[in-house]
Ligand binder design. Sequence first.
Ligand SMILES: [Zn+2]
Ligand SMILES: [Zn+2]
Length: 111
Amino acid sequence: MEGLTSSEIAGFVVGALLLGATIAAPKVDGFIASSQRRSLGMCKRCGDLRIVACSQCKGTGSARSGGMLSLGVLDDLYESLGAEAKTENLVPCTKCSSRGRLMCPECSKVA
Ligand SMILES: [Zn+2]
Ligand SMILES: [Zn+2]
């Protein structure tokens, strides 16, 4: 490899490490938060809120009628085109009755 000095290589390595740390940070945060909650006797799932965001609609209360059949790539395409069809396919989420949140499964288990 010509034209690459050792300091340039070092800079690249540091950059890659920083990038990796940035990507990993939210996951580490989440891990620490859940272990803290556990040590405090709080629910690790909801932090004693007793509600969690609906996994089916991601807390929005509505789901696409296409459901699992819709392709994420296609959605991205619609998004980039700015198509208004985006909201047309939305139906109330059946899992949470369009409330966007559910009883925490961990807490309701204990109760
Ligand atoms: Zn839902
Ligand atoms: Zn809970």
